[in-house]
Design a protein around this ligand. Structure first.
Ligand code: SF4
Length: 345
């Protein structure tokens, strides 16, 4: 069976080229076409001899993601439904903030998700499989193209907040990010990348041990175990004290400020008592708290908090000296907002 060339290491390609009796720089040329130039057809690799192109075709394939459907929101957000080589679908979102020259790709890491958070549309789908490094990379290349086409700019930020739990696809996530950041790939700074997790304590510690340079965000959404377990089953195996210990470990090793995502649900987690609990939980090392407006999804009973509740909640934390932002949702009209990705339509 032919191998996907983007699933092999550079050293394997080097060996393949040397075994053909060719100089090693040929391997570098191929690698550049494959990653930096994102070509997915050997015949387009213009500086390779015909014989070599034939040999590559005989031994390798490409499994690029292709665009299945594009939806544009009235606020400029663009959601892309992408088809994988085995016909599975995932979604990526471009979130433009033109006035700040900020163009963010929200990227998926798995087809579906196994974690079943009660407020999330993806959690209603079964987890089908992990995305490979090239499938992660392709999403970023695609959104980068959309930024250029629609806004004449380039991608400035990447968040892993699409479908799936990134830390349950650890190896492919890190390999994909490595290509996104390396000079052989897109050359983006890891400081522009945020990986968001629902909190798998042992993988958070592994990130620290692996000395990753990207940013980490925790989808927290409730500040007591009792409430968090009601909306996020993962909390039963990774309770808040275990998570805080892992995050503290991450902070001590990387000195990177951690972000918390906190979706505000009316009457569930948006009172001042909830804000006080959140402060007590998160005061031990420097953090940033993003309060996110809830986006209704079918079959879920939560409602969006009143604006005044969100404002009071944020004010309480700010008074305590916490760095807080309130994120109003983007792309709601095309189901592209936080928690809404589910391959609809
Ligand atoms: S919020 Fe994230 S981890 Fe939870 S079900 Fe949705 S995709 Fe999975």
């Amino acid at each position: 069976m032919k191998l996907d060339i983007r699933n092999i290491d550079k050293s394997d390609l080097d060996q393949f080229i040397v075994d053909l009796g060719l100089p090693k720089f040929k391997s570098n040329q191929i690698w550049e076409w494959v990653w930096k130039k994102s070509k997915t057809d050997f015949s387009e690799m213009r500086n390779l001899p015909k014989d070599l192109i034939k040999t590559l075709d005989k031994n390798f394939v490409f499994h690029p993601v292709t665009v299945d459907k594009i939806q544009k929101s009235s606020d400029g957000t663009i959601k892309s439904r992408l088809k994988l080589y085995d016909d599975h679908l995932v979604e990526s979102v471009l979130i433009p903030v033109v006035k700040d020259n900020r163009y963010t790709a929200c990227v998926s890491s798995q087809v579906g998700c196994s974690l079943n958070c009660s407020f999330c549309a993806t959690g209603k789908m079964k987890r089908m499989r992990n995305l490979g490094p090239a499938e992660i990379y392709d999403q970023v290349v695609l959104v980068n193209k959309q930024v250029k086409e629609h806004f004449g700019h380039h991608l400035t930020n990447i968040v892993f907040m699409g479908m799936g739990e990134p830390l349950l696809n650890y190896k492919n996530l890190l390999t994909g990010i490595n290509y996104i950041c390396s000079d052989a790939g897109l050359g983006m700074s890891p400081k522009r990348i945020t990986v968001s997790t629902v909190g798998i304590a042992k993988m958070i510690k592994k990130l620290a041990d692996d000395e990753v340079k990207f940013n980490l965000a925790l989808s927290l959404h409730a500040a007591t175990d009792e409430k968090r377990s009601q909306i996020m089953p993962i909390n039963d195996q990774n309770d808040l004290s275990t998570l805080m210990e892992a995050l503290n470990y991450f902070y001590e090793k990387t000195k990177n400020r951690i972000s918390y995502e906190y979706i505000s649900f009316k009457g569930f987690n948006d009172t001042l008592e909830d804000a006080a609990n959140l402060y007590q939980l998160t005061k031990h090392f420097p953090v940033k708290i993003n309060i996110i407006e809830y986006n209704p999804i079918d079959g879920v009973n939560f409602e969006k908090s009143l604006s005044v509740s969100i404002d009071n909640f944020a004010k309480y934390l700010k008074k305590k000296g916490v760095m807080v932002t309130v994120r109003r949702s983007r792309g709601k009209d095309i189901d592209a907002a936080c928690g809404q990705l589910a391959n609809k339509g």
